[in-house]
Design a protein around this ligand. Structure first.
Ligand code: HXC
Length: 260
């Protein structure tokens, strides 16, 4: 499907989804969010796609936030609806079967930082800048930032970021655990592709069930979560890839996973 504000490229088992409004630093308006939601549905249905990389077009921004020009004149019901659209769309990333890697190639502010936080793994370029500047606009974070940021970096650090609206660099994001790794901008996509390929080479059901256990389990109490893990673990024994993986280990050869 063709999108006005997104680029979706599939190359073998890896899909690259690019937010593509470079003139507005890839800011998220409701059309872009709706397209993102549709693209995620499309990817979720495509079993040939094993890993998704999410990035922004241009070399300046991942996503500079929700579109301020659209939000400026919202009434409270419109604001609520817009927040819910972003929340539901970002939740789709967490519930997508395939892992999603954010390749953060510049500004990841407000809704852009919240979008990155919904991805499974975050890689950043050295020039990336992070922050939740909503309070400088008279707003709160509204695409899940008040909930995901404390879960990722702790309540104290999240409170400082959300109360000050200060912008910080990729090294600081790395230091507080907001991103996994930092690369020079010109190698970021190459590194994201390398990581995606490594993951795509593992048993697909095991990877997807691991994601499910992480995403579902972290929102459960520990007893329910480990019980869910046991179900997920048990399910892997219904796959041919489990037989192949364990057999290949014992035969001292590389496994040939077929995604079955
Ligand atoms: C709409 C935006 C935008 C945004 C940038 N642009 N960010 N348009 N919404 N979030 C537009 C600018 O208006 C400008 O358009 C063009 O992109 C280039 O931006 P500049 O400001 O000229 O670039 P620069 O001077 O390099 O500054 C980059 C920047 C700055 C530091 C990222 O653009 C900025 O502060 N942007 C806003 C960041 C922000 O506050 N984000 C949080 C939004 S609130 P023109 O037409 O002038 O060229 C949010 C809430 C989420 O995300 C929850 C909602 C429920």
């Amino acid at each position: 499907m063709e999108y006005a504000n997104l680029l979706l490229e599939k190359n073998g088992s890896i899909a690259v989804l690019t937010l593509n409004r470079p003139k507005a630093l890839n800011a998220l308006n409701s059309d872009t969010l709706s397209e993102l939601s549709t693209a995620l549905d499309e990817l979720g249905r495509d079993s040939s796609v094993k890993v998704v990389i999410l990035t922004g077009s241009g070399d300046k921004a991942f996503v500079a936030g929700a579109d301020i020009s659209q939000m400026k004149d919202f009434n409270s019901m419109e604001g609520r609806r817009f927040g819910q659209l972003g929340q539901a769309t970002f939740r789709k990333i967490e519930l997508l079967p395939q892992p999603v890697i954010a390749a953060i190639n510049g500004f990841a502010l407000g809704g852009g930082c919240e979008l990155a936080m919904s991805c499974d793994i975050r890689l950043a370029s050295e020039n990336a800048k992070f922050g939740q500047p909503e309070v400088t606009l008279g707003l709160t974070a509204g695409f899940g930032g008040t909930q995901r940021l404390p879960r990722l970096v702790g309540t104290g650090r999240a409170s400082e970021i959300l109360f000050t609206g200060d912008i910080f660099d990729a090294q600081e994001a790395y230091r507080i655990g907001l991103v996994n790794r930092v690369y020079p901008l010109d190698t970021l996509m190459e590194e994201a592709q390398k990581l995606a390929k490594r993951i795509a080479g593992r048993a697909p059901a095991a990877v997807q069930l691991s994601k499910s256990a992480i995403q579902r389990g972290t929102n459960m109490d520990l007893d329910s979560a480990v019980a869910y893990e046991a179900e997920v673990f048990g399910l892997t024994f219904s796959t041919q890839d489990q037989t192949e993986g364990c057999t290949a280990f014992l035969e001292k050869r590389k496994p040939a996973f077929e995604g079955r």
